[in-house]
Design a protein around this ligand. Structure first.
Ligand SMILES: Nc1ncnc2c1ncn2[C@@H]1O[C@H](COP(=O)(O)OP(=O)(O)O)[C@@H](O)[C@H]1O
Ligand SMILES: [Mg+2]
Length: 240
């Protein structure tokens, strides 16, 4: 579905990601782990097409057979990619419903959007009060992450990257988010960037990728995440 070919990325000419090769297959769940600063968020932004992340010569991103390396973030979003931010920003004066209506103008009926937002919000245990506030204004960590998931669902994307959707989220909110994602995973590919095993108990990864120093150091199955939790990265990466 999305193939990374020799993906190297620099920010202000500083190399961050180094020659990443990987193929994400449709319908699967991937966990991306790695120490702080290993390049996880950079990988997420690179797949989404953030303009500050300069792809180095020879880097290619292929989606369903099409080379999207030169495509802008909005074009990639059109093709089904969604990125849930590690730290979602607040948007003063704009409610999530308004944002979604704007994003889906001409694609989805506003009444249908309204209904779906209410329905999904209920399942995610998002309060009416939060829904009617400006996006993320005064929202807790867990509330922000729930609103990210709500947007991912209503925008109806199929390649979903969640950057630390579990960070700063209490156990109940995490369970709600993870179980929702698990029961609605049909036809979707999830890339779950995380430091913790907990979310992976609900969302069983088909593969676990470990980044370190901007390189894809290791790929394993779900047991790799358990191993990391018990022994830490150093042991898993061979003492590097
Ligand atoms: N906008 C930026 N400008 C300069 N360096 C950056 C920027 N974003 C990330 N980096 C650097 O790139 C490396 C990887 O960062 P990041 O992808 O955020 O790691 P992770 O998400 O794994 O913690 C870090 O060394 C970080 O300091
Ligand atoms: Mg990060």
């Amino acid at each position: 579905m999305i193939r990374l070919k020799n993906v190297s990325v620099a920010i202000d000419e500083k190399p961050i990601l180094k020659n990443i090769n990987f193929e994400f297959e449709p319908g699967k769940i991937y966990a991306v782990m790695g120490p702080n600063g290993s390049g996880k968020s950079t990988l997420a932004y690179t797949i989404m097409g953030h303009p500050s992340y300069e792809l180095q010569q020879g880097s290619r991103i292929i989606m369903n057979g099409e080379d999207i390396t030169e495509k802008e973030a909005n074009e990639r979003a059109e093709k089904g990619i969604f990125l849930s931010f590690q730290s979602p920003l607040a948007l003063a004066g704009v409610k999530v419903q308004q944002l979604l209506r704007l994003a889906l103008e001409g694609k989805k009926d506003p009444v249908a959007i309204y209904k779906q937002v209410r329905e999904v919000a209920k399942k995610l245990k998002i309060s009416d009060d939060l829904l009617n506030r400006s996006l993320n204004e005064g929202a807790s960590g867990g509330e922000k992450k729930k609103l990210e998931v709500l947007q991912a669902v209503v925008l109806d994307k199929n390649f979903l990257i969640f950057d630390e959707v579990d960070t700063g989220v209490d156990v109940d909110a995490l369970k709600t988010i993870a179980q929702y994602l698990d029961t609605h995973r049909e036809g979707k590919t999830y890339v779950i960037i995380t430091h913790y095993n907990r979310i992976l108990h609900y969302l069983k990864p088909d593969k676990v990728l470990v980044l370190a120093g901007g390189e894809l150091k290791k790929v394993g199955d779900g047991s790799l995440a358990e191993e990391i939790e018990i022994n830490g990265y150093e042991s898993v990466l061979g003492g590097k």
